[in-house]
Design a protein around this ligand. Structure first.
Ligand code: ADP
Length: 191
């Protein structure tokens, strides 16, 4: 099983590249952001609870997102592997993911981190906000808060995966195809 954590700050291009990777390598895409937005749209209890955090650019509590991932892993037990996008975002989530994968004798293959300059991130997010209508992409203070949360809580995961020899940095500047090519060069080394 090939299990990739696609990593990077908000706006790094994880979602875009995840869709290209799952197609090429026949993997399952697990995006906690997408799952949460589907819950918001369906106005479920979980969605209403998550909205309070998402509207401020804060993290949804660990137990909520871990529960969502547990369910998706169970639903896709026949998969060739997964691209984790937007998860894990805290050390608690990373540890829980290791335990969940271990239950079926699997593990994370690698963390591929997209490296993008701050000004470019803000530009991409505001642009996405215009096109998608996503509320958390249209307000500069929410965007800045998400970047702060990334630096304070999520970036630590680079150490977590580095210590296991699983971390790779990928240049996330350039065209979508250029970045995809860099990711594929790395993924191909795992086959
Ligand atoms: P981005 O990476 O551009 O910030 P996402 O779609 O991944 O966008 O996430 C949007 C919001 O959903 C986050 O700001 C956060 O509130 C919530 N969220 C997504 N994934 C997680 C997670 N793993 N843990 C906690 N909250 C999450």
């Amino acid at each position: 099983m090939l299990n990739i954590v696609l990593f990077g700050p908000p706006g790094a291009g994880k979602g875009t590249q995840a869709y290209k990777l799952i197609e090429k390598y026949k993997l399952v895409h697990l995006s906690t952001g997408d799952i949460l937005r589907a819950e918001l749209a369906a106005k479920t209890k979980l969605g209403e609870e998550a909205r309070k955090f998402m509207d401020k650019g804060e993290l949804v509590p660990d137990e909520v997102v871990i529960g969502m991932i547990r369910k998706k892993l169970n639903d896709n037990s026949e998969a060739n592997g997964f691209i984790f996008d937007g998860f894990p975002r805290t050390k608690e989530q990373a540890k829980a993911l290791d335990v969940l994968l271990d239950e079926s004798g699997n593990s994370i293959t690698a963390m591929l981190a997209l490296d993008v300059e701050h000004a470019e991130l803000v530009k991409r997010l505001l642009n996405r906000g215009k096109n998608s209508g996503r509320a958390d992409d249209q307000d500069i203070s929410i965007i800045e808060n998400r970047v702060i949360v990334y630096h304070n809580e999520t970036k630590l995961l680079i150490d977590y995966y580095s210590e296991q020899g699983k971390f790779s940095s990928i240049n996330g500047m350039g065209t979508i195809d250029e970045i995809f090519k860099r990711l594929c060069q790395k993924v191909d080394t795992f086959y």
